[in-house]
Design a protein around this ligand. Sequence first.
Ligand code: CP
Length: 323
Amino acid sequence: MTAALGKDLIGLERLSPDQIRLILDTAEPFKEVSERPIKKVPALRGKTIVNLFFEASTRTRISFEFAEKRLSADTVNVAATGSAVQKGETLVDTAKNLEAMRIDMVVIRHASSGAAQFLGDRIRSNVVNAGDGKHEHPTQALLDLLTIRDKLGRIEGVKVCLVGDILHSRVARSNIWGLTKLGAQVAVCGPHSLMPRGIEELGVTVLRRVEEAIEWADVLNVLRLQLERMEAGFIPSLREYYRVFGVTVERLAKAPRALTVMHPGPMNRGVEIDSRVADGPHSVILDQVTNGVAVRMAVLYLLAGGKPELADAAKGPAAGGTD
Ligand code: CP
């Protein structure tokens, strides 16, 4: 158990503003490591980390793996396909068997809300939530916060609107916790059918029209329509959704101030976002991906007991060469 973050990172709901700032500040010195010819430091040498990805992922899985390797940890990747999960083994049995091999940390993505907490309560290893059902995706929100801070120089007072499928989005929930704790003004915008009832209780304003969102916000974080989590009937059609809620060049042209556009990926181009916006001058979407590695390095480093004040020193060259 580390004093800085506790044993596990389950969600931003549990973190204090100071803990969130600590992660962002610890990520800063780790950014530079990824720019080096030899992208490796010794901070987690000797630690073993298992990445349990029981749901599809490109950015999060690869970014955690890069973060672990760049910190010199030993890593193993486990997917549901090809593991004993396919034979009916439970999540806890899988994790306990991994612990019997003396691992130190588990990074888990799972379709069930609460899976990360469930695991964290039952194993000794640190658990990092890489996205659990509709609950939270804390490292995505942390990298979003870091990207906003990089781009605008601050988070406090910035107006951020999350646009799209709020109902099914763990990214939205983690962003709302993180942004409100750091003093941003937060709004959500999307179809009534994709807006959780009582969302205002989390301290956000509901905007019904994307044009209103564009007029109000400094930052739009455009969310993916999570078609795999929807039963039928949430929206009339994808074309209709794009017509009413799509973030397009024509709509952005009416923004009264410079607008930053984010998207956690993967994008449905031509559904929630116009390709010309995704690839255009407002977009920081690939900066988000770059920041993901540094943020995940910071989370792993702090959970492993790394001292925040030593993060700068920890990014020194790997002793004894690379492996
Ligand atoms: N943003 C995000 O979680 O992307 P992946 O599903 O590709 O990991």
